[in-house]
Design a protein around this ligand. Structure first.
Ligand code: SAM
Length: 121
């Protein structure tokens, strides 16, 4: 899967979540799957990825094909309970959300988004 986004605060997210073997996690904003892939690599756990953007869930489908511990779900994380219940999931061990805007989404968006040309101090 081509990397279309560099995940932010990944080490901090992993430290806070501390994925454990056999546990179940939700990545509520799957995006390009950066968080999901890191969680799956960290421990032999299960991850459900949610995203409302069909471009993101298409990437999720590709990951699902090669990673049996991962399931992608298209929908709004506001409907988390229902989306997980549809997958027969009634309890999870941790949930992550990355509420930033990815560069690829910003470029595809019709909305006006300001992207800094360079890093500032
Ligand atoms: C910054 S990207 C996530 C990047 C991801 N952490 C990664 O490492 O690739 C944010 C994602 O959240 C999704 N998103 C935003 N609001 C959402 C919502 N209410 N429900 C589901 N997905 C949402 C967007 O479609 C986008 O794919």
């Amino acid at each position: 899967m081509k990397n279309v986004h560099t995940p932010v605060l990944l080490n901090e997210v992993l430290r806070a979540l501390n994925p454990q073997p056999g546990h179940t996690y939700v990545d509520g904003t799957f995006g390009a799957g950066g968080y999901t892939k890191a969680i799956l690599k960290h421990a032999p756990c299960t991850v459900y990825g949610i995203d409302r953007d069909p471009a993101a869930t298409k990437r999720g489908k590709a990951l699902e094909e090669v990673e049996k511990r991962f399931t992608i779900v298209e929908g709004n994380f506001g409907d988390l309970d229902r989306l997980l219940a549809d997958e027969d999931v009634t309890a999870v061990d941790g949930i992550v959300f990355d509420l930033g805007v990815s560069l690829s989404s910003a470029r595809r968006s019709r909305a006006r988004v300001f992207i800094p040309k360079r890093r500032t101090p």
